[in-house]
Design a protein around this ligand. Structure first.
Ligand SMILES: Cc1ncc(COP(=O)(O)O)c(C=O)c1O
Length: 387
């Protein structure tokens, strides 16, 4: 048997993996995105028990900061040891009985995912679908709800990452209330980059992933959940254990933690970001920065003669899907930009071939954006010559 040896140069293990994953590109991705160095630094502290007083203090502080960020006093903030999709599953299993109907609005690939989650959990999705690039309009939602009065809930993708479209959430939320349905909001690529007023807009469940607009590595999902959801969930049979929402609420209150072991480094990283937001001028200033980043990108690509997939007035503040000219493929732009040291995002879903995407989430400067646009201009000109 081999003896364990501590005199070996085992730090080579780090170097070997570092060679595989070391940063090579400036990131304009759809997520995971680049993180503030302060976030990465806090995530490398030595681990300790998630039931320790220190972990409890960070847990409660993170919940309080998120409550302020999401503008909720009534909502319960929940941290899941999963990616964002976990909350799709949780929303459905905790509130909709087996065989029950859910109105799933879909404006792209992630709306389609919500429909799959509903279906694979034995519930029935009723689909309201829009063409890629378009948002759901309040009258369309009203019409769908009139035709389907027996749905338990409505799902809305706040920001469709595949098309770069921001749905008009406050207006859609009003319609959902008029029909007295539960409202589930996928804010995976919106939260942290687009405003969310949980109480005022009357949301029942809104969730996001750490690796998007907060700029934290993947592995943590964040949500705010209404009292109404807990009341329904308490009576819902077979809602499972791992995503049992009332259990998470109980642990928030009694244990100041999560039922199972959470990704502590991501929680520390998120806490740092929420403090950075405050130190950079607060939520409004932070969201303005996001709007400005995305406007700069849209103006830049339009100035090159390219068009943005999103219909005017519904453009995302976190990601732009750009339509490539005839004879060009989105992936060609993506590959050419990689050669120049910029990682954009490939097209995704049904528009994969004819688009590429430019994310503006996480850690980046306006100089990075200008550099990226200058390179993109050359790449497009070059590809046009070859087309
Ligand atoms: C809008 C949207 N919803 C859901 C997801 C899935 O999130 P996750 O991969 O964190 O489960 C994504 C991921 O890109 C997304 O952009």
């Amino acid at each position: 048997m081999m003896e364990l040896r501590f005199d070996m140069q085992y730090e080579d293990a780090y170097r070997e993996v570092y060679e595989l994953v070391k940063p090579k590109y400036r990131l304009f991705t759809a997520g995971p995105v680049a993180c503030f160095p302060e976030v990465l630094a806090i995530m490398s502290v030595q681990m300790f028990s998630h039931r320790s007083a220190e972990a409890k203090e960070v847990h409660v502080d993170t919940l309080n900061r998120l409550k302020a960020f999401l503008e909720t006093e009534n909502g319960e903030v929940i941290l899941f040891p999963s990616s964002g999709t976990g909350f799709m599953e949780a929303a459905v299993r905790n509130t909709v009985p087996r065989g029950g109907k859910v109105l799933v609005t879909t404006i792209g690939a992630f709306g389609d995912r919500f429909a799959e989650v509903v279906e694979t959990n034995g519930r029935e999705p009723i689909i309201l679908r829009k063409e890629p690039g378009y948002a759901v309009k309040p009258e369309e939602l009203d019409d769908a709800l009139r035709k389907n009065p027996d749905v338990h809930a409505v799902t809305i993708t706040y920001n469709e990452t595949s098309t770069g479209v921001l749905n008009p959430l406050p207006e859609l939320a009003k319609v959902v209330h008029e029909h007295d349905k539960l409202l589930f909001v996928d804010a995976v690529s919106a939260m942290g980059g687009a405003d969310i007023k949980f109480d005022e807009w009357g949301i029942d469940l809104v969730f996001a992933s750490s690796q998007k607009a907060f700029g934290v590595p993947p592995g943590l999902a964040v949500a705010a959940v209404s009292e109404r959801v807990f009341e329904i969930a308490e009576k819902m049979p077979e809602r499972g254990w791992y995503f049992d929402l009332p259990l998470y609420k109980k642990f928030n209150e009694k244990k100041k933690g999560t039922p199972s072991t959470p990704p502590l480094p991501q929680i520390f990283g998120l806490n740092v970001v929420l403090r950075i937001v405050e130190k950079m001028g607060g939520k409004e200033a932070w969201l303005r920065m996001y709007r400005k980043r995305s406007e700069t990108i849209r103006e830049g690509v339009r100035d090159m003669g390219l068009s943005v997939l999103a219909e005017p007035g519904y453009e995302s503040p976190t990601i732009t899907a750009v339509v490539v000219p005839e004879g060009m493929k989105g992936v060609d732009v993506y590959n050419a930009m990689r050669e120049r040291g910029f990682e954009l995002a490939k097209g995704y879903g049904s528009v994969a071939e004819k688009t590429f995407r430019i994310g503006n989430m996480g850690y980046m400067t306006f100089e990075d954006i200008e550099d990226m646009l200058a390179n993109l201009r050359e790449v497009i000109a070059d590809l046009k010559k070859r087309a």
